[in-house]
Write a protein that binds this ligand. Structure first.
Ligand code: DLL
Length: 441
C-alpha cells in the first residue's frame, strides 16, 4: 500500500478526520464563495450547524448547472494568483465546466493517484504508458502527476496516433497502461491488424475509466491483452481521476479516497439516502480542496456502496462499477434500458467486435433504437463484405433475439462492415441521438 496508515484506518478514526476536514471546507466556502454563502442563507444554516457527519444533509447541493452559471471562475475559493492550474470537461452546450487547483490541490491529487496506481498493482520503477488525453481533460495530466509522484517511468503519449503508440509499447515494454477502455480496444484492434498478438506485449495491468464500461468489456480487455484491467473513477468537478479505484487483489468495487471525499448515495428523485448496497446517485463533498471545494456535488452517476471488509485490507468504502447515469437511461416504448445493459449483452455474442453505437430515432411518434454493430473480420473473413450472406443474417436475428429477451425491447440491428464504425481516441460516443433530426417511418 502507498499510504497504509490512511488506507487501513478504522472507521471511527476516518470519520473523525472527515468531520474535521468537512468543517474546514464548509467554513472555507461560506467565507470565500458568495454562491455558497447565499445558498447557506437560503437553507438557514451557518458553518456552526455542521457538528457531525450526518449534518452534511443540512448542506445545499451543487449541480453541473451551478458550475456553468458561474463560468468560468465564479466558484473558486482562492484569489487567482493562488490558482495553479485549470481543467475543464467538455460540455454538450459548447462551454466546458471549469475547475481549478492550487499548488496544494495538485500535490494532494498526485498523491491520491499515486496511491491509486499502487492499489491497481503498479509499483515504483514500472514503465507506465499514459494514453489518456493531455489537455483540459483531467485524465492525461491527472494520471501523469500521480505516476510521477509514485516514481514510475511515465510515458506521456496521450491519446491518438495509434500506430506510434504500438511502436512505443513494443520498444519501451511498459508494465502498466492507462486510457479509456474504448481507446485501448482501438489499440488492440490496430495491433491485430498489424499481425501482432496483443497478448505478447509486456503489459501486466491497465487502469481504465472515464467512460462507462461493463464486466464483459473487462473480460474482453483482460483476455485480449492478457492483463489485469482495473476500474478507475473520477470526475473533474470533484477532482479528476482517482476519486475511487479498484484494488488488484479483489477487483470487486472501487475504494473511494475517503480521506479526501465524502460520499453519499441518494435516491435521485427523493434525495433521501438509500440503504447500503442499493443503487442511487453518487453525491460527493470534497474535504481537502482549496481552489474549488465542492459541496454535495450531484454527479448523476449511479452506483451502490459497501463498507464490508475487503480482502486487500483497505478499510475505505467501495463503490460498485457505475451502473449508468441518471440522464442516460433510455425509455423505449415504456421500458427502461441502460446502455450498459446493451453492451453487456452485445459483448457476449460471438462474431462482433466490441465496438458499437446506439442510435435513437423516431418511428412515427415513438422512440426507436437502432443498434449499430460491426462484424469481426477475424471470424467472418470470407464473407465480411457480403452483409446479405445467410450467416450474417442469422447473426443479426440472434442479436435481435438476445436484445429482446434480455432488455425486453425490440431493437433494429444494423450490421456494418469491419472497420466502418468510428473508433475512439478518448471517450467513445456510444449514443447518437437522431430523434430531432429526422423521422424514420
Ligand atoms: O473522466 C475523469 C477521469 C479520467 C476518470 C480518467 C477516470 C480516468 P470527466 O471528464 O469530468 O472526468 O467525466 C466524468 O465520466 O461523472 C462518469 O459519468 C464518467 N466516468 C468516469 N470514470 C468512470 C468509470 C473524467 N470508471 C464522468 N466508469 C463521470 C464509468 C466513468 N464512467
Amino acid at each position: 500500500m502507498y499510504h497504509p496508515e490512511i488506507e487501513t484506518m478504522s472507521r471511527p478514526e476516518l470519520e473523525k478526520l472527515q468531520l474535521a476536514r468537512l468543517q474546514q471546507t464548509v467554513k472555507r466556502v461560506y467565507e470565500k464563495v458568495p454562491f455558497y454563502k447565499e445558498k447557506f442563507a437560503e437553507q438557514g444554516i451557518t458553518p456552526d450547524d455542521i457538528q457531525s457527519l450526518d449534518d452534511v444533509r443540512k448542506l445545499p447541493f451543487t449541480k453541473k448547472k451551478d458550475l456553468r452559471d458561474q463560468y468560468p471562475f465564479g466558484l473558486f475559493a482562492v484569489p487567482m494568483d493562488e490558482v495553479n492550474r485549470v481543467h475543464g470537461s467538455s460540455g454538450t452546450s459548447g462551454k466546458p465546466t471549469v475547475v481549478g487547483y492550487t499548488k496544494n490541490d495538485i500535490k494532494n491529487w498526485a498523491k491520491i493517484v499515486a496511491r491509486g496506481i499502487v492499489t491497481a498493482g503498479g509499483r515504483k520503477g514500472d514503465i507506465f504508458h499514459n494514453a489518456y488525453g493531455y489537455g483540459l481533460f483531467t485524465g492525461g495530466l491527472g494520471l501523469h502527476y500521480g505516476a510521477e509522484e509514485l516514481g514510475v517511468v511515465t510515458v506521456p503519449i496521450s491519446g491518438g496516433n495509434t500506430e506510434r503508440q504500438i511502436t512505443i509499447i513494443n520498444d519501451f515494454k511498459p508494465r502498466g497502461i492507462c486510457g479509456t477502455p474504448s481507446y485501448i480496444l482501438n489499440i488492440i484492434e490496430q495491433m491485430e491488424k498489424m499481425g501482432m498478438d496483443p497478448r505478447e506485449t509486456s503489459l501486466e495491468y491497465g487502469i481504465f475509466g472515464a467512460e462507462p464500461w461493463t464486466e464483459e468489456m473487462r473480460a474482453t480487455l483482460e483476455r485480449k491483452l492478457d492483463i489485469k484491467a482495473i476500474d478507475i473513477y473520477g470526475l473533474s468537478e470533484v477532482m479528476g481521476p482517482g476519486v475511487a479505484i479498484e484494488c488488484h487483489e479483489a477487483q470487486n468495487g472501487l475504494h473511494i479516497a475517503e480521506d479526501h471525499f465524502y460520499v453519499e448515495v441518494l435516491n435521485p428523485d427523493t434525495l433521501e439516502p438509500v440503504e447500503e448496497g442499493q443503487d442511487g446517485e453518487l453525491v460527493f463533498t470534497s474535504l481537502t480542496k482549496e481552489a474549488l471545494p465542492i459541496i454535495r456535488y450531484r454527479t448523476g452517476d449511479i452506483a451502490s456502496i459497501t463498507r464490508e471488509k475487503c480482502v486487500c485490507g483497505r478499510t475505505h468504502t467501495r463503490m460498485s462499477r457505475l451502473k449508468g447515469r441518471t440522464d442516460d437511461m433510455l425509455i423505449i416504448r415504456g421500458v427502461n434500458v441502460f446502455p450498459s445493459e446493451i453492451e453487456r449483452v452485445l459483448l457476449q455474442i460471438e462474431g462482433l467486435v466490441p465496438n458499437y453505437q446506439i442510435h435513437l430515432t423516431k418511428k412515427g411518434s415513438l422512440d426507436n433504437v437502432e443498434l449499430h454493430v460491426e462484424i469481426d473480420n477475424l471470424l467472418y473473413r470470407e464473407i465480411a463484405q457480403d452483409l446479405g450472406h445467410p450467416m450474417i443474417q442469422k447473426l443479426k436475428r440472434n442479436i435481435q433475439h438476445q436484445m429482446k429477451s434480455n432488455c425486453l425491447v425490440t431493437m433494429d440491428t444494423i450490421i456494418n462492415q469491419p472497420g466502418s464504425l468510428p473508433r475512439s481516441e478518448g471517450k467513445a460516443k456510444r449514443i447518437v441521438d437522431r430523434r430531432n433530426a429526422e423521422t424514420v417511418v
